[in-house]
Structure formats: structure tokens, C-alpha cells
Design a protein around this ligand. Structure first.
Ligand SMILES: C[S@@+](CC[C@H](N)C(=O)[O-])C[C@H]1O[C@@H](n2cnc3c(N)ncnc32)[C@H](O)[C@@H]1O
Length: 321
């Protein structure tokens, strides 16, 4: 069956027996959430700052969108101080069903709540929102169609006007043969989060590229069992494409965001106290056990901020008051 990439991804990831409805993400790839508990500790610092800026309301939301196995929500809840914890309303949002063994205090929903006052985190959510792919021809962009059973491709129709306008603004292609991933569904998904934010901050973290440095042939990729595989949209693997976070930022501003910060995970986590600093060798002599613990923690932190790895992810933070 031949489909556009957006339809094929939708079916492969979220259709009947789709990859994400069937599989545990952690069995196939490593995110910051699984890399280290330091990530949840940093998010707690972010939550504490948001709570302070909101004036410590009676209820403060923590919404984890694309929560997967719920590890981030559970991690933040576990380290939250009792007073904050007593005011927290924690919700994991995912199309997949509620994970087993999630603490009872964590709610679970398939859709983003209508009103959120607090902190929203979407770690590696937007890259899994299906997108169409286009290829530049002598007559302009044409949709790429894919055979869902083997990943073979052929060219289809001209994209809709709204998509052509998005391409012209956010991903202009130059040479014949170049490809682009139309980020409009991600913009809309992100805007739908910002619209629901009555106060506080929303953060999207993902592989990203800026408008002046888009990859000329796109970033579509597949992952299965910890390895990169051909992105065949037959439900057997994750299918993902990096995110034009700058266009999501613009969509968020149009939806009401009053501040926008677009930076890297490295910079954002360093500002939250994640440094990856190794313990001193003196400690190895005076407190060998403490030294080993500190060394483990430092190497986990280093993984979170490594420039060539997770630290290179884009961080889009937007607030509403
Ligand atoms: C790569 S996983 C990220 C898991 C987790 N955030 C982490 O960092 O480990 C992406 C998740 O987004 C979920 N997802 C994708 N589109 C969604 C949507 N429209 N609404 C809710 N969840 C969605 C998928 O089901 C999947 O669990």
C-alpha cells in the first residue's frame, strides 16, 4: 500500500498494533530520562522555579507529554520535597496505555489537559509526530509516497498550499533532489500545548535543526532494539525525524507564549546545575565509596550534556503568565 509519509508514520507508530502502542520505548533507544536520574533532578529545579514564579499556587501541574513509560514524571515526583509534592498534580500524556507500576499519584491521559498551570515537559515527543516528506523537482516540491511494506518510495502530488507556504518560510529547498520534512503538524501540536498553558512554562526537547542549517536530504530514521535501521513504516520499528524547533517556537508565540528561549540541552542543563564535574582524587582516598558514587553521577551528567550526544538536543522553553 502506498501512502504519504505522514499517513504511513501515523499507521506504523499509532495505528492498530502500532509500534508505540505495542513496544516499550526504552527497549529500542535511550533518552535523557533513561540516561540518568540527574535529568529528573534538573527538571525538579525547573519545576521549583516555575512554582516560585507562579507564587506557590494551591495546585501546580507537572505534565509530561509523550511520557512513554512515565519515567520522568515518576522521577520528578520521587525527588520533590513534601510541601511541593502535596500541591503537585502530575499527569503523563501518551497514546500508549498507562504503564504498569506507575505511582498512583500520577494521572495518565491520551490527550493534553485543557488547562495547565505549572510545568510541561515534552522530551522526544515532537520527533514522533508524523510528518510529510517532499522532494524538490524541476517543477517544485512533490510529496514522497512510501510503500508501507518495504519502504520503497516514489513521487506523488504537489503538497497543499499551507505546506508549500511552510516550506517557503521554514525549509526552503534549493537543488533538485533535496528533501524536506514538513513540520507543520509539529507546530500545530506544540501550539495546542501553549494554548492550554494558563500559566507557567512548557519545554520541548528534541533533535533539532535551525532554518539556516536544515539537512538537505532530511533526517528520517528508524530505530529498533537499540540500533538504527531503515525507516520502513510497517510497524516494526520507530520512525522519527528531527524537529524544526524554531518553527515550533514561532507557532508557540502565535499561540500566546510571552517568552521564548531556544538553546541546547547542554546550556539548559548547565544552567540547572548539571556540570559533569568529577570528584577530586583526594576523595578517592578519604571516602572511596562516596568517590565512586560521585564518579558515576559525574559520568551520567556528562552524558546528558555531551555536545555530540544528548547535550546537542534543542531546548525550546516558552512561558505564559
Ligand atoms: C520517543 S518516546 C519518548 C518517551 C519519553 N518522553 C522519554 O523521554 O523517555 C515518544 C512518545 O510520544 C508518544 N506520542 C507520540 N505522539 C503522541 C500524541 N499525539 N499524544 C500523546 N503521546 C504521543 C509516543 O507514544 C511515545 O511514547
Amino acid at each position: 500500500m502506498w501512502l504519504t509519509w505522514r499517513a504511513a508514520m501515523e499507521q506504523a507508530l499509532y495505528g492498530e498494533n502500532g509500534f508505540y502502542l505495542r513496544e516499550c520505548p526504552s527497549g529500542h533507544f535511550r533518552t535523557s530520562v533513561g540516561a540518568s536520574p540527574a535529568f529528573a533532578r534538573a527538571m525538579l529545579r525547573e519545576l521549583v522555579a516555575v512554582d516560585g514564579a507562579l507564587g506557590h499556587p494551591p495546585v501546580v501541574d507537572l505534565v509530561d507529554i509523550g511520557a512513554g513509560e512515565g519515567g520522568l514524571a515518576a522521577g520528578v515526583l520521587a525527588v520533590a520535597p513534601p510541601e511541593l509534592r502535596s500541591r503537585l498534580r502530575v499527569i503523563g500524556v501518551d497514546l500508549a496505555s498507562r504503564p504498569a507500576r506507575l505511582p498512583e499519584e500520577i494521572g495518565w491521559a491520551a490527550a493534553v489537559p485543557d488547562a495547565i498551570c505549572g510545568l510541561v515537559i515534552a522530551n522526544e515527543w515532537l520527533d514522533n509526530i508524523p510528518v510529510d516528506i517532499v522532494e524538490q523537482t524541476a517543477d517544485g516540491p512533490r510529496l514522497v509516497m512510501v510503500n508501507v511494506s518495504d519502504g520503497e518510495e516514489r513521487l506523488g502530488e504537489r503538497p497543499h498550499e499551507a505546506d508549500l507556504a511552510w516550506l517557503a518560510r521554514w525549509w526552503p529547498m534549493r537543488a533538485t533532489g533535496e528533501r524536506a520534512e514538513i513540520g507543520r503538524p509539529r507546530d500545530e501540536a506544540w501550539a495546542s500545548v501553549i494554548v492550554r498553558l494558563t500559566g507557567g512554562r512548557a519545554i520541548a526537547i528534541d533533535y533539532a535543526h535551525p532554518v539556516d542549517d536544515r539537512p538537505p536530504y532530511g533526517t528520517l530514521a528508524g530505530y529498533r532494539d537499540g540500533s538504527m535501521v531503515a525507516p520502513v513504516p510497517d510497524g516494526s520499528c520507530d520512525v522519527t525525524a528531527h524537529v524544526a524547533l524554531d518553527s515550533c517556537a514561532f507557532a508557540g508565540e502565535c499561540a500566546g507564549a510571552v517568552t521564548t528561549t531556544l538553546t541546547t540541552q547542554r546550556e539548559a542543563l548547565r544552567a540547572l546545575g548539571i556540570t559533569g564535574t568529577r570528584p577530586s582524587l583526594d576523595q578517592a582516598r578519604s571516602d572511596p565509596r562516596g568517590y565512586l558514587l560521585a564518579l558515576t553521577r559525574a559520568s551520567e551528567e556528562a552524558e546528558l550534556i555531551a555536545t555530540e550526544g544528548l547535550g546537542g538536543f534543542g531546548w525550546l522553553a516558552q512561558t505564559r503568565t
